[in-house]
Design a protein around this ligand. Structure first.
Ligand SMILES: [Zn+2]
Ligand SMILES: [Zn+2]
Length: 306
């Protein structure tokens, strides 16, 4: 037990029927995890950004949601809108990846592209989050896109928007993070009149800024988690902006965005070095959480590796 209230515990219980074992290679700590830890003891093992190896040696990124596959939204390929999803998230409602091994539904084992190193495939999940926001807002080649927020989701959104061919600017507050954005192809010289602004911070201030910098008739996408309500005003209305919330990922034009997250990672060899800034062993998980929450440590993505 540590002062942060994070413990390393032996696993208990039988694996769920029909599940497969994943020996975890890496598991990223997300802002959501920091938020959950702040709420008090978790009933499950945290970690929803993880990858590892199946018993047959297959390298996989783990889709952290067990999709029902049968509701109307799943059948439409919009699995992020699944009517039964929220109880079936690894690391939130079910035991997740901050462990040396865990058991998952076989449908959640997403095979990595040949030649993609397993080590950094914890980034597939946040890349899929970024790609979903990019796809939901219709980002396409040649568009001028601004990403607001320089955390891991902001940086993964930069990567995804570049992957779709957009011109991307990044607005952030911390130079060590905006430098990483530049490595991913963003300009940090911010203008105005953007076709699409992607708010990866999810605060009142960032949403107001998004409305300010979008062109009339443009689109504002919300990728950052709204932990508090926000308000919109007259400028939003007079510009006739389209506000597009984005949550997790599903299919876009029939292609699984989570699997495409692995393709983005494969296409950007600089990305792991730019984003995975800190690594800890599982026994040091409490320190990993401390560093992830401490701006003075200059974290972007803190990764735990068993
Ligand atoms: Zn997350
Ligand atoms: Zn469903």
């Amino acid at each position: 037990m540590t002062g942060d209230g994070i413990r390393v515990v032996p696993s208990e219980g039988e694996p769920p029927v029909g599940s497969v074992r994943v020996r975890v290679a890496s598991s990223g700590i997300c802002g959501t995890d920091l938020h959950l830890v702040g709420l008090g003891p978790s009933a499950v093992i945290l970690g929803h950004e993880f990858c590892g190896t199946l018993d047959d040696g297959t390298a996989v990124a783990v889709l952290p949601v067990v999709r029902c596959g049968t509701c109307d939204r799943c059948r439409a390929g919009q699995e992020s809108q699944c009517r039964q999803a929220l109880g079936s998230l690894y690391g939130i409602g079910l035991d997740g990846g901050l462990a040396d091994e865990t058991w998952i539904d076989p449908a959640c084992a997403v095979r990595l592209p040949d030649g993609l190193p397993l080590d950094h495939a914890n980034l597939v999940e946040p890349l899929a989050v970024g790609l979903h926001g990019v796809d939901r807002t219709g980002v396409a080649g040649g568009m001028r896109v601004l990403v607001i927020g320089d955390g891991p989701i902001g940086l993964c959104t930069v990567a995804a928007a570049r992957y779709r061919g957009a011109e991307v600017d990044l607005e952030g507050r911390r130079p060590y993070r905006t430098d990483a954005g530049e490595r991913l192809g963003a300009s940090v010289t911010v203008g105005n009149d953007y076709d699409v602004v992607l708010d990866a911070a999810g605060t009142q201030e960032s949403t107001a800024r998004s409305v300010r910098l979008a062109r009339p008739g443009g689109t504002v996408g919300i990728l950052g988690t709204y932990w508090s309500p926000i308000s919109l005003g007259l400028e939003f209305q007079m510009k006739e902006l389209t506000l597009v919330p984005s949550f997790m990922y599903g299919h876009h034009h029939g292609v699984d965005e989570f699997a495409e997250g692995a393709d983005i990672l494969h296409s950007l060899p600089d990305l792991p070095d730019a984003v995975n800034t800190h690594r800890f062993g599982l026994d040091d998980a409490a320190e990993a959480f401390r560093v992830a929450a401490d701006r003075d440590e200059r974290p972007i993505k803190v990764v735990v590796r068993p």
